[in-house]
Design a protein. Structure first.
Length: 502
C-alpha cells in the first residue's frame, strides 16, 4: 500500500467525488463527513511522502508498470511535497470550515454536489503537483479549472455567475496557450515526459519552434497564476465566490499554477535555455513582477469591499512569487517558494475570517466592520495576525519570505528592488490599517452615542460556529509558527531550489 501512495493521493479524492452525490441522497451531512475524511487522508499521505523523500530521496512511480518515458510517471521530490502539503492541508481546513458556511451561502440541498465538485478541484490540484508528464499537467489543470468555474458560479449572487463565466473565458485562453506550447514541444521531441523533455531539448534550444513553445507556455501560465496585467479574472472570482472557495482558491490554485511555472521554467527548459536566448527572459519576468507588486497594492488601497481588497492584494503577492523566480538564484527561489507557503496561510486565514463575518452578519464592506472586534474578538484576532503577517512584521511568515527576496536581490546586485518591497509593504500597511482601525478602534454604526444597556447588548460577542472558528485560528497561528520556526520550511525550500537550478 505504501508504495502506491503517489497515486492514492489522487485516486482517493477522485473516487470520493463520484461517491458523494450518491451518499448525499441518503444523508446530506454524510457528504461533508466523506469530504472531510478524504482531505484529511490526503494530508496524512502528503506527510508520509515528505518523510519518504527526506529519508530516501526522489520517488518515481510508474503507472501500470510502464517504464517512462513510454508510460505515465508520477514524481515526488522536495518541491512536490512542499506544494502537496500546502494543498492538502488547506483543502482539509476548507472542508472542515465549509459545513456551516456552505449551508448558509448556497443552501443545504446543494451541498452534496458542492462537495463532489470540491473534491474534483482538489484532485486536479494534486494531479498537477504529482505528475511527471507535461500533457497531464494540462489535463489536471483543466480538471481544476472546470471545477473552479463551477465552485465560483455556485454562489447565490448573480455576480457569482458572471465571475465564473469571466474566469471560464480567461482560463480557456490560458489553457489554449499551454496546450499549443505542449504541442510544439511534442512535435520537436516526440516525448511528453518532463525528465525526457529536459534531456532532449538542449540540442533544440535555438529552433524557432522551441522558442515559440516557451513564449506561449509563459503566456498561458501567466494567465493561470493571475500575473498582472492578465489577472482580470481573479478579483471578481475571489469576491463573489462562496467564502470557503475564496479562501481555498487563494491558498492553493494560484500556488499550484506557480508550481507548474517552476517545473516548466526550470525542469523542462532549464537555466541553460535562458542563457542561450538573445534577450533576458529573467528581466522581462522581473519587470512584470515589480509592476504586479506595486499595482496590486495600489488597487487594494482603493477598495471598499474587504473580499475585493484581499483579491487585489493577492495580485501583488503573486508578484512576489514571480520576483523570486526572475532572480534565478537559490536564495531567490527560496524566497519565492516560502512566499508561496506564506501567502497560502496568510490569505487563507484572512478569507476564512471574512467568511465567518459573512456567516454571522452578512457584511463584506470595510466600513461595515466597525466595532467587529467586540462582536467577534477571536475571529478578528486571527484576521489581525494574518494582516500583520501580510505587512511583513518580524516573527511572522510574511517577514521571512520578504527577507529572503531582499537578500537575493542584494546578492545579484539589484538593490533597487529593496525600495519596491518596502513601498509595497507600506501600501499593505495602509490598506490593512483601514480595516484594523474599523475593527478595534471604532464603534459599530449606531453605537457611537449609545449609553448603558443598549451599548452592552450591541457589542455582545457572538462568534462563528466552532467548525469555522477552529480552521481560521489554526491557519492564523501558523502565520506565527512558521515565522518563528522558519528553518523548517526554509530547509525544504532550499533543497527544492537547488534541485531546480542544478
Amino acid at each position: 500500500m505504501i508504495k502506491h501512495l503517489p497515486v492514492l493521493v489522487i485516486a482517493i479524492p477522485l473516487l470520493a467525488a463520484i461517491i458523494i452525490p450518491i451518499a448525499g441522497r441518503i444523508n446530506r451531512v454524510l457528504s461533508w463527513y466523506i469530504a472531510t475524511a478524504v482531505t484529511f487522508i490526503c494530508f496524512i499521505i502528503s506527510l508520509s511522502l515528505l518523510q519518504t523523500v527526506l529519508n530516501e530521496g526522489r520517488i518515481s512511480y510508474w503507472m501500470g508498470g510502464w517504464e517512462p518515458p513510454f508510460g505515465i510517471e508520477y514524481v515526488v521530490d522536495h518541491l512536490t511535497v512542499f506544494v502537496l502539503i500546502i494543498v492538502s492541508f488547506m483543502a482539509f481546513m476548507g472542508t472542515v470550515y465549509a459545513k456551516k458556511s456552505i449551508d448558509n451561502e448556497i443552501g443545504p440541498h446543494r451541498t452534496p454536489i458542492f462537495y463532489a465538485i470540491y473534491l474534483l478541484f482538489v484532485t486536479g490540484l494534486m494531479g498537477i503537483v504529482m505528475t511527471g508528464d507535461i500533457f497531464n499537467i494540462y489535463v489536471f489543470l483543466e480538471i481544476t479549472s472546470i471545477a473552479g468555474y463551477t465552485l465560483i458560479a455556485v454562489g447565490k449572487k448573480r455576480q457569482s455567475l458572471v465571475a465564473g463565466f469571466n474566469y471560464l473565458i480567461m482560463g480557456t485562453i490560458g489553457a489554449t496557450f499551454i496546450l499549443l506550447g505542449i504541442g510544439y514541444l511534442y512535435l520537436m521531441t516526440g516525448t511528453l515526459n518532463i525528465a525526457d523533455l529536459a534531456n532532449r531539448l538542449p540540442e533544440l534550444y535555438q529552433t524557432s519552434a522551441v522558442i515559440t513553445a516557451f513564449a506561449i507556455l509563459a503566456i498561458g501560465l501567466s494567465i493561470k497564476v493571475a500575473l498582472f496585467p492578465v489577472h482580470i479574472w481573479l478579483p471578481n472570482s475571489y469576491t463573489f465566490a462562496p467564502s470557503v472557495i475564496s479562501a481555498v482558491m487563494a491558498a492553493t490554485a494560484t500556488k499550484v499554477g506557480a508550481y507548474a511555472m517552476y517545473r516548466i521554467l526550470f525542469t523542462v527548459f532549464t537555466p541553460a535555455f535562458f542563457a542561450s536566448l538573445g534577450f533576458q527572459v529573467a528581466h522581462v519576468l522581473l519587470v512584470m513582477a515589480v509592476i504586479a507588486i506595486l499595482a496590486g497594492s495600489i488597487l487594494a488601497v482603493s477598495q471598499k469591499d474587504i473580499k475585493k481588497m484581499l483579491a487585489y492584494s493577492s495580485v501583488g503577492q503573486i508578484g512576489y512569487i514571480v520576483l523570486g523566480v526572475s532572480l534565478m538564484t537559490v536564495t531567490g527561489l527560496m524566497g519565492s517558494m516560502l512566499h508561496l507557503l506564506n501567502h497560502a496561510v496568510m490569505k487563507g486565514s484572512l478569507f476564512l475570517a471574512v467568511g465567518a463575518v459573512v456567516y454571522r452578519y452578512g457584511i463584506t464592506s470595510i466600513e461595515g466592520l466597525r466595532g467587529m472586534g467586540k462582536k467577534m474578538p477571536v475571529t478578528m484576532a486571527a484576521f489581525t495576525i494574518a494582516a500583520l503577517s501580510m505587512i511583513g512584521v518580524p516573527l511572522t511568515v510574511g517577514f521571512v519570505s520578504k527577507w529572503y527576496l531582499a537578500v537575493a536581490s542584494i546578492k545579484v546586485g539589484m538593490w533597487y528592488l529593496i525600495p519596491v518591497i518596502m513601498i509595497s509593504s507600506l501600501l499593505t500597511a495602509v490598506y490593512f490599517w483601514r480595516v484594523i482601525d474599523n475593527i478595534w478602534f471604532k464603534a459599530a454604526e449606531g453605537e457611537e452615542h449609545g449609553h448603558g444597556h443598549a451599548v452592552s447588548t450591541g457589542t455582545k460577542a457572538v462568534e462563528a460556529p466552532l467548525s469555522m472558528l477552529v480552521p481560521t485560528l489554526t491557519v492564523a497561528v501558523l502565520c506565527i509558527v512558521f515565522g518563528v520556526l522558519a528553518f523548517a520550511p526554509a530547509s525544504l525550500a532550499e533543497q527544492a531550489a537547488m534541485i531546480l537550478l542544478k
